[in-house]
Design a protein around this ligand. Sequence first.
Ligand code: GLS
Length: 801
Amino acid sequence: MKDLKNTGSLAGAIEFHLAHSVGKTPDAASITDWRLALSRAVRDKLVTPWFDATHRTYAKDRKRVYYLSMEFLLGRILEDAVNNLGLEEEAKEALAAYGVNFAEVVNDEPDAALGNGGLGRLAACFLDSLSCLGIPAYGYGIRYAHGLFHQSFEDGRQVEMAEDWLRHQHNWEFERSECTYDIGFGGQVTETGSRAQWTPSDVVMAQAYDTPVPGWQASWTNTLRLWSAKPKKIFDLDPFNRGDYMQAAAPEVLAETISRVLYPDDSTEIGKELRLKQEFFFTSASLQDLMRRFLAHNGDLRALPSKVAIQMNDTHPAIAGPELIRQLTDIHGLSFEDAFDIAQGTLNYTNHTLLPEALEAWDVGLMTKVLPRHMQLIERIDDRLSRDVKKSETGVAPRIVDNGSVNMGTLAFTCARRVNGVSALHTDLMKQTVFSDLHAVYPDRILNQTNGVTPRRWVHGCNPGLRTLLNETIGTGWVNDLEQLEQLTPLADDAAFRIRFMAVKQENKQRLVDWVAETMGVQISPDAMFDIQIKRIHEYKRQLMNALETAALANAIRRAPDEDWTPRVKFFGGKAAPAYLDAKNIIWLINDIAKSVNEDPVIGDRLKVIYPPNYNVSMAEILIPAADLSEQISTAGKEASGTGNMKFALNGAVTIGTLDGANVEIRDHVGEDNIYIFGMTADQVQAARDGYVTQAHIDRSPVLKEVIEQIQTGFYSPGEPNRHRPVLEKLLRDDYFMVAADFDAYWDAQRQVDQGFADRDAWARMAVLNTARSGWFSSDRTIKGYARDVWGVESLLGDTT
Ligand code: GLS
């Protein structure tokens, strides 16, 4: 194949693009112009490996993976691509020749925030690993015009504003105006002979936008294909000719609404018609697209499972079951039974949460209205499930259609070859609780694939100091073979190495100190312990418990300021879903506590509370490398896995956490002496539900009691004692997440952390061991597990035949 590699210098390519793509001369160029030019120049370098990967996959006719996800929380793309291509030094030099600062340029890029939290970020890490491992794959999702909302605080309260990442040219994607599919909604189903024919009442078009996803050193490059909704016909000519321009544009507006905005809820179900339409929109487009690709090379539809593995990332694309069956029966003429078997051999489902409020269930009336043909097929899939239940003789019959709603978890499970959880504990709980009936019917279906994170972004990219130290100490192989970090284990006992390791941490803390001063105008000391809890605000994650502990610590300091306190800065970061009032109230309380603590001269530098607004991926990249302590304190049994916990440990932070999600496996890897575990286990939480009385726990804990009384009497909201009543009322009435029950254990663990941190040498040893033993949490390991156990696919790296 012709070599399209842009072999010229990067500097030349930047200049070229500044002139020819951006239309600027260097003297007139803004930082954004330089960013756009650099992005184009870097993208050019991706094209050849991208074409190569595609051609090799076609030539080999290998099985491909299709990862269907409503969310891809990519963050910034440019710096990551520069790093993966090894162009950092060249880019820095090229820009410096014009007096332009590389860091300023890459930081100018808005985050691609096409996701809410862990689920979407996991999908982004998986894309990276799939490319690094040379596994032929597509990510399929939605090109939302507006990603996750922008958060600010007004008097401590969260205020949301629309996000606008596409305002400037988005230089990473290739628009595929020729690649479109019709997506129908509503209408009628008629039968002709044995075939059903669905005639939708509304049709919109899904148009593809492709982003190349380079692996490490661009040895392989996959595609992220995002769908944007476009009108089938742009203008309704009748009203237009009558002069009713607004009415004429109505179809356009309606169609584009579908991919307009990301629903801002994490781990909660929304149940809105538009959401169902979004789900079907991207799922149907993706399936049509992959079927077209498959049929271009294969005549026999029965071969689909041997060429295609589809992953449903949570239940959001669960309509893939009925939709694939619809395409196989109504379009390609297969029988329902054959179509079901093919679909089921092709589809897999990952469950990401057991929270009941997150389990999607659609009203049968709504499903029938929006997707009438699919509703018929869902009934047939349900019959098939009943048959399997009878065969299995378990007695308990789970139903897909139950009580007037379609249970998407049951649907996804029934249509999948493999169903996986995201940590060992979560997978066990899937078997024991939500999916116990289905597990009894299909005992071989559930398996575990513990989550992971990409070391390219989460060490190499975000922690340049650690990257250099690792390269100098164990070589560069760790970047795509993270378990090589294990070689650091003996160095935990090497005083000189510990000093170097902690010097990197100190630099990262200083970087954060500077960032806080610049963005928030607050001075903090880099010598304090940096204690960080960053994640979506959710009651089960118990930011409230952390806030209450902060207030309690402030009380203790105020009472005895001259004691030997371990200075701390507590960082909070995270957004609450706009309609999740209880979570928003927690944000308000945290900000009020922060204000009171930070302004108290008696407390001084012993304790500070920092809550920077608008937490996102880019902010995580500054915070995580600077952390001493990682807060992973969810109610046991509620956090399916967590992935932030892994990023912190990898970057040498010590965890304080419950035995929840992947914390359990982090403890197993880093060793119980190098983590602070506290609180009830998942079993104990269950057992404690009967007869739980919040007040009894509060009465037993003078420390907690004092804080509650302070909040009640307006200590943190002077002049407005009722401001935080809703938080307290909820806690007292229904402490479902057992903040009160775990509070004392948490408080005690924190005091042990104080002591631990005071012994800097012992702490450094723990920190080194956390990095050394976290290599297993690479998403490369996770993806290898999926490739082997779920998809049955192989890497094409190195296979040059
Ligand atoms: C989530 C879980 O809450 C996280 O524990 C998990 O790490 C993540 C990725 O598997 O998925 N589920 C969800 O709906 N949002 C999440 O972040």
